[in-house]
Design a protein around this ligand. Structure first.
Ligand code: KG4
Ligand code: ZN
Length: 365
């Protein structure tokens, strides 16, 4: 049996500088230096500032990850790095660091697609037995495909059919904004700061989601694509009207957040239901065995509830990442995926030539 390799992974795709060490799917350390405070005043990620911060943080973050994993660099079997998609100047820092480390220590280099890492992020397990994934961990249940993975983040919203690890089919994607991006933009209209997704989740808990009625997008289209820009425009017009009518007060903001968040998640669950319904009719012999969710928005309890409600109707189990840190950008998910790639010897043949792929689609090799 091949021994599971110990892998050091780096992710600098957006505004978190992250390094992690994993053995197979077991995460020994996952260090994340967040730049949220730096980007707050711009209401979004400012690429040059992200690059500078990655440059400052990368070496200390790697050092800390190795020390938390009680690992020497020489014990690392391969270096993995996010090659894309992401912000080009940000990706560059992680890639350069990975190349340098791999060269210095004669380790193979593994290039990872950030979306693939999010799509498989539920596989990451804590070293100490945590409550999450305990079921699978305890019984060592094998994975049964196909699995439907939802990546719902600030950059992407996709329904991905996982036929095998490494074999994906995109069933539907957002045609415009990603769900997290839409939450962030509407949150900005309400001066909720950046990123607004988690703030909206908190405020929504005090609100009445029935107070404002948003349209349900794309119900007429016979596909599984998503579109959030109509909801965003509807929200903008409604906020303007409420401002003009001097109706904005604390409770109204709570109600607005609850109603808007509900509209975003209902759109996702409507399309999820369509996928499961159609599949039951057309491919009953290749039933979806599990639903996985990943990406920053997957941390949201209301979204999880919404997805579980739909999945239950089809008797399908929903798996979520072991912690919120594994939902948003992190290198642990990169290290875990790299573990599979290592076993397939999927190494970069000429590391010197490894370059960023800011728009790398999941289905392209
Ligand atoms: O996965 P991620 O960290 O970065 C990307 O790859 O995009 O996702 C960030 C997004 C942001 O839009 C943020 O507002 C959203 O995830 N987010 C949330 C929550 N936590 C983060 N959205 C809703 N509820 C949350 N609890
Ligand atoms: Zn991400």
């Amino acid at each position: 049996m091949t021994k599971k390799p110990k892998i050091l992974a780096i992710d600098t795709s957006c505004d978190e500088t992250s390094a992690a060490v994993a053995v197979g799917t077991t995460v020994l350390a996952n260090v994340i230096a967040s730049q949220v405070e730096l980007h707050k005043k711009y209401g979004g990620v400012f690429p040059t500032i992200a690059k500078q911060a990655h440059q400052q943080n990368i070496k200390p973050v790697i050092k800390l990850a190795l020390s938390r994993a009680k690992t020497q660099l020489e014990q690392i079997k391969a270096i993995a790095v996010t090659q894309g998609p992401g912000l080009a100047p940000a990706l560059e820092i992680g890639i350069n660091e990975a190349k340098e480390l791999a060269k210095k220590n004669h380790q193979p280099l593994i290039a990872i697609n950030h979306l693939e890492a999010h799509a498989l992020s539920v596989l990451a397990q804590a070293k100490k037995r945590s409550s999450i994934n305990l079921h699978r961990q305890k019984k060592r249940l094998p994975l049964v495909f196909p699995i439907l993975s939802l990546v719902i983040s600030g950059g992407h919203s996709q329904f991905i059919l996982v036929n095998q690890i490494g074999h994906y089919q995109i069933l539907g994607s957002s045609l415009d904004d990603a769900a997290g991006e839409c939450l962030d933009k509407v949150g900005r209209m309400l001066n909720l700061g950046y990123p607004a997704g988690p703030v909206i989740e908190e405020l929504a808990k005090k609100g009445n989601q029935q107070r404002f009625h948003f349209p349900l997008p794309m119900t007429q289209s016979n596909n599984y694509d998503l579109s959030f820009s109509g909801l965003k425009t509807y929200a903008r017009n409604l906020i303007e009207k409420l401002e003009n009518d001097h109706q904005i007060n604390k409770q109204l903001i709570f109600d607005f957040c609850a109603s808007f968040q509900n509209a975003v998640f209902k759109h996702i669950s409507y399309k999820l239901n369509k996928i499961l319904f159609d599949r039951k009719k057309t491919s009953p012999q290749r039933k979806i065995t599990e639903i996985w969710i990943g990406g920053g928005v997957a941390a949201n309890a209301s979204l999880r509830k919404e997805i579980r409600t739909i999945a239950k109707q089809y008797a399908i189990k929903v798996q979520v990442p072991m912690s919120k840190r594994i939902c948003s950008d992190n290198a642990a998910m990169v290290a875990v995926l790299a573990g599979f790639k290592y076993l397939q010897k999927d190494f970069i043949s000429n590391p010197r030539l490894l370059d960023r792929r800011p728009n790398w689609p999941l289905t392209q090799p």
